[in-house]
Design a binder for this molecule. Structure first.
Ligand SMILES: [Zn+2]
Length: 295
């Protein structure tokens, strides 16, 4: 699932292309992607884009007259941009296209499980319903982070990825953050030492900042095309069985619900292998089935 660094780079790429542009046409290839009925789709045709925002893992096109187009990519949703006259047409995975004078924005979703969504709402109040309330750690101080982290007792993996607690962090970057902080994914938030909380705060900021800079540099002036949760520069995420870049030990995993958590046993858990059935069950049990849907 695209997380904060990916979404920030998408937002910046959209800002450069569509701010000041008018929606000339909107077409739905998959009617189910649109989850709102009112206001009707036709209301946003002819409206100008005045800003692009991120709310958690959602991308919001702010239009004049307080119309908002809210896109949630979920796991497999992606955006593409086709400049006028460029070769390339909408792929078979297209959910919706928004046409501007400067080019066409294409919203795609691979696979058969259609979970990506498009909402059209009017008014800031209606838009506020999409804000899960997660703290934006890059704008927060250590005290605000500590308060949020310790608000409920959860495993660290669960706490970091809960969109009601923190904004924009999902399965991939939480693995990277916990590895950087040298903390176990199943450590309980209420048992953390004050120094561990500070280390985690520093790690969240460092990992999200580094990855945003890296993805921004990779995209350059082009629209981002390689948006994936699995990247060779990652330390542990998606690297089960491969060597930890810091100590060389094979990366481990805990499989739960539809996800898996990757970690280094030497760097993060004092050498303890967590990947047994009981721990998988524990993590799964602490996982509300809907949490990935919430993001
Ligand atoms: Zn290691």
């Amino acid at each position: 699932m695209p997380e904060l660094p990916d979404i920030v780079v998408y937002v910046e790429s959209l800002e450069r292309r569509i701010i000041g542009q008018t929606i000339e046409q909107i077409r739905l290839n998959s009617p189910f992607v649109l989850r709102t009925v009112v206001p009707p789709l036709t209301d946003i045709v002819g409206k100008r884009v005045i800003a692009v925002r991120r709310i958690g893992k959602r991308i919001v096109l702010v239009l004049e007259d307080e119309f908002f187009v809210v896109m949630h990519l979920m796991i497999a949703g992606r955006l593409r941009w086709i400049a006028p006259g460029a070769s390339g047409k909408a792929p078979g995975t297209t959910l919706a296209t928004l046409q501007f004078a400067a080019g066409t924005l294409i919203f795609t979703e691979a696979g058969t499980r259609k979970r990506a969504s498009l909402h059209i709402v009017r008014g800031e109040e209606a838009l506020a319903a999409f804000d899960m309330g997660g703290l934006d750690v890059l704008d927060a101080d250590a005290e605000a982070f500590r308060e949020r982290l310790l608000r409920e007792n959860h495993t660290l993996k669960r706490a970091l990825t809960d969109p009601r607690l923190f904004s924009g962090i999902g399965n991939a970057y939480s693995d990277e953050i916990l590895h950087r902080a040298r903390l176990s994914p199943i450590a309980q938030t209420h048992k953390l030492e004050p120094g561990e909380v500070l280390r985690l705060f520093a790690s969240v900021r460092a990992v999200l900042t580094e990855w945003t800079l890296r993805l921004r540099a990779e995209a350059g002036t082009e629209f981002p095309v390689k948006v994936t949760a699995f990247r060779p520069q990652m330390a542990v995420h998606g690297r089960f069985g491969l060597p930890c870049p810091d100590c060389g030990t094979s990366v481990q995993r805990i499989v739960y619900a539809e996800n898996e958590t990757n970690y280094c046993a030497r760097c993060q858990t004092g050498g303890t292998i967590l990947a047994d059935c009981a721990l998988s069950r524990l993590l799964k049990a602490s996982w509300p089935r809907s949490i990935d849907e919430l993001g």
